[in-house]
Design a binder for this molecule. Structure first.
Ligand code: SF4
Length: 256
């Protein structure tokens, strides 16, 4: 029900964090559908970032590849987890464990075996994929089989998205395993404070008007008010507040 406000702001080490874009959508629109219009608007104002820190709702391999190709913007955020049983079990060979040679149309598994078939297909959502299929005899004799496939009758079959999407996914899932990623990602916490400021001081949570156009106007005026408050605080030398951590959160290792 209702609407969603999508806020983009600067997050440099110096100066105030200023809101650079405001989008209003129906609440049912998935977050990752908004980035195209956000970047188009930022480009018009010559405010496109090199890296855009976003939460998991805005991350997807297609969005990563599209944003980079169209506007040269690197999306930086946690990619939703792979839903395979290998990842859920916390062991086994997920897609990241395989090496893909796109030119040779071949995949090499962790045991060094090469796929026997490379079949372009459409998945159940009608999107292009490639099925890379390993030889069932080789898989049947493989000591790592319990970590790789549960099929009793066929070899491992790996479903790959097209190359740019696959590589974006690999890049995102690999980097989010590192401490450096989570340390850099902390800069995104500021926008949560912005939403809180909008809600607490400007009533952002409740639309005073009926309809998308007027609700968007309210969101824009709220953003202007937050920017003015921040600029005045900065000119007055008021330091930025630091993100508070609960006692429980302080116990958690970084990245959890
Ligand atoms: S089961 Fe097949 S694909 Fe998996 S590691 Fe063994 S040989 Fe490779």
């Amino acid at each position: 029900m209702g609407y969603k406000a999508h806020l983009t702001e600067t997050c440099g080490p110096e100066g105030p964090n200023l809101i650079t874009d405001v989008k209003t959508t129906a609440a049912t629109v998935p977050d990752l559908k908004v980035l195209g219009s956000v970047h188009a608007a930022l480009k018009e104002r010559d405010l496109l970032p090199r890296e855009h820190l976003v939460d998991a709702g805005y991350m997807g391999s297609k969005e990563m590849a599209d944003r980079l190709a169209r506007h040269g913007v690197e999306l930086f955020g946690p990619m939703p987890r792979d839903g395979s049983w290998q990842v859920k079990a916390g062991e086994g060979f997920d897609a990241l464990a395989f090496r893909v040679d796109w030119d040779a149309k071949s995949v090499t598994c962790p045991e060094g075996k090469r796929s026997k078939q490379w079949k372009p297909a459409l998945n159940r959502h009608g999107r292009e994929v490639v099925a890379a299929i390993f030889d069932k005899k080789e898989c049947a004799q493989c000591p790592s089989r319990p970590l790789c496939t549960r099929s009793k009758t066929t070899g491992r079959e790996l479903t790959l998205r097209p190359q740019p999407l696959h590589e974006a996914l690999r890049k995102a899932r690999t980097r989010q395993k590192t401490r450096e990623f989570w340390e850099a990602y902390h800069a995104r916490a500021g926008v949560e404070g912005t939403i809180s400021q909008g809600v607490r001081s400007c009533g952002l949570r409740r639309s005073r008007y009926v309809g998308m156009a007027k609700t968007h106007l309210q969101h824009v005026i709220t953003a202007v008010a937050v920017n003015v408050v921040r600029l005045l605080a900065w000119l007055a030398g008021v330091p930025r507040a630091r993100t508070r951590l609960s006692a429980f959160a302080k116990l958690a290792p970084i990245g959890c």
